[in-house]
Design a binder for this molecule. Sequence first.
Ligand code: 5GP
Ligand code: ZN
Length: 176
Amino acid sequence: MWEDSPVTDARAETEREPDFPPVKGGVNAIAVRAAESEVNMRDERCIFCKIANGEIPSNTLYEDEKYRVILDLGPATKGHALILPKDHYENLYELPDENGAEVLRLAKQMAVRMKEKLGCTGMNLVQNNGESAGQTVHHFHMHLIPRYDDGSRIVTWTPGEPSAEELAQIRDTICG
Ligand code: 5GP
Ligand code: ZN
């Protein structure tokens, strides 16, 4: 099921666990929704807008009215997935609060599902904002990166050693 695109595979819908939200409709339903949602926020030049709204096919793991979860084309690990809102928000700063809460809720549901089905032993949630943070596609997305006991590290940094004064100064800068 995880290798196929449920959008074009009727079997995938019927084989899903009943407690996991199914991919809704088929190709026709997506086309109708795309026409209906022209009032939604889209960027015609944005590839994730096209993927999220079904204009470009993808390996879809989950879909509802507002979100699509797809497999990443250049996965960091087996099962690396992306949560895409169907509306175009460039990054976390632009994302409405309501969507932020929904994305985290969906991330949790997907993580539970992937842990069960893939047998991963860990999960990194990664969400890049701005080129300095490594964002390459400027349509908000959340990475779900399943982790296995292979000793590799993905999200890593060299810990700094700030003084107590420096930490206090930074706190005052942010909070002041
Ligand atoms: P970012 O670096 O912006 O946080 O992540 C962008 C991610 O999107 C990358 O992991 C990249 O592999 C993935 N990606 C880029 N273009 C496509 C695409 O056309 N389809 C899919 N499924 N993933 C893509
Ligand atoms: Zn977009």
